[in-house]
Write a protein that binds this ligand. Structure first.
Ligand code: SF4
Length: 365
């Protein structure tokens, strides 16, 4: 059993598979023994999911960055007349996919976009449907709980009807994890009052799970939230996962301040905080199989270290990332599959390419 003086009781609980409480989570955020915390999280990872690290050979498609929400932490969203604002036509979206298909291993697409002021649900649906019809071999993971709530609001359809149409007409196989930010009304009212509330985001996930569509979850931390709000966020996800079992992976997103309204006042998180948050997420989310180290936000070196702090998923090749590079991400905009395999192998783990539902496509023992 791993020990760190004051935390023996927590180590014992983890060892015995006893669920950690809110108080345990808050205490762990005050633990300065980062090596102990990482080893504890890593022991859980090893027991729960072995040595495989998942990745996708994928392409990000962001249909538009024009967005009505004006979230204070976002550097991607623009007004229609702003410099750099864009909206893809069907042809443009198809050409982005065609370009990504130069990689013969491309398995699927990650599609997320802004909340466009004049696009209808049919506009979004039509583009993804065209991609799906032309490239049915590619999986489509897409749209966050925020976008799906928006589609329901602008179309008058229920969440279930929106999801049914995306699944049946556009081939949607899984839902992206973004938009959860911090599931607290206090935080959302200050940072993103125009978009889905915490309850609405959770309701999209619940509805999807009941329909058999898997979703993902995230936490954007390192801005105005308190440690208690981080822990409560994890508990809300854990509680829904107890109810439905429909979440696949949890992604820690550190806030990147550059070019955001909030960034004038807030400094970027430290590597220490990123690794601590990763480890605590693994420990608190005892009913999540996968914890993702998203290399775009963490940087490649930190994501690689995070594999020793509870993570077993390193996202994908991406093809060309734009949302976070607008916010000053210093990582590359894409990684080759060979680089991802090397990063995972150096960490002593087994790389496995998977689809958006964690079905293994290729494994490199
Ligand atoms: S985070 Fe999403 S919803 Fe908010 S402004 Fe950016 S693109 Fe729009």
């Amino acid at each position: 059993m791993l020990n760190s003086n004051e935390y023996t009781d927590i180590a014992q609980k983890v060892d015995q598979g006893i669920r950690l409480t809110r108080e345990d989570g808050i205490r762990l955020f005050h633990c300065n023994d980062i090596a102990w915390l990482g080893a504890l999280a890593d022991s859980v990872r090893k027991k729960k999911c072995g040595d495989i690290v998942y990745y996708n050979v994928n392409c990000h498609v962001n249909l538009t960055n024009i967005c009505t929400s004006h979230c204070k932490f976002c550097a991607f969203g623009r007004d229609k007349d702003d410099a750099g604002a864009y909206e893809m036509t069907k042809e443009k979206a198809l050409s982005v996919v065609e370009d990504a298909l130069h990689d013969p291993n491309l398995a699927g697409l990650h599609v997320v976009s802004g909340l466009h002021p004049t696009w209808s649900f049919e506009d979004y649906l039509g583009i993804v449907k065209a991609i799906h019809e032309k490239y049915p071999q590619l999986y489509i993971k897409g749209f966050t709980g925020v976008e799906i709530t928006h589609f329901a609001q602008i179309s008058g359809l229920s969440i279930k009807e929106v999801l049914t149409r995306l699944k049946e007409e556009a081939g949607l196989q899984a839902i992206a994890g973004g938009g959860a930010e911090i599931l607290s009304d206090r935080v959302r009212n200050q940072l993103c009052p125009k978009k889905a509330t915490a309850d609405q985001w959770l309701e999209v996930a619940r509805t999807a799970h009941l329909m058999g569509i898997k979703t993902n979850a995230s936490m954007l931390y390192g801005h105005i939230e308190t440690i208690e709000e981080r822990v409560d966020h994890l508990l809300k996800l854990r509680s829904l996962q107890d109810e439905t079992g429909g979440f696949q992976t949890f992604i820690c997103f550190p806030f990147l301040p550059k070019n955001t309204e909030l960034g004038q006042k807030i400094k970027q998180t430290s590597m220490w905080d990123d690794l601590r948050t990763m480890a605590i997420s693994r420990l608190m989310l005892d009913n999540f199989m996968n914890i993702k180290a998203y290399w775009v936000m963490l940087t490649v070196p930190v994501a690689q270290i995070a594999l020793g702090f509870g993570a077993n998923d390193i996202d994908g090749t991406i093809h060309k990332e734009t949302i976070l590079h607008d916010a000053g991400a210093t990582s590359p905009t894409a990684l080759s599959e060979d680089s991802i395999i090397r990063i995972i192998r150096e960490a002593g783990r087994i790389p496995a390419a998977c689809d958006c539902n964690f079905n293994i496509l290729r494994k490199f023992e």
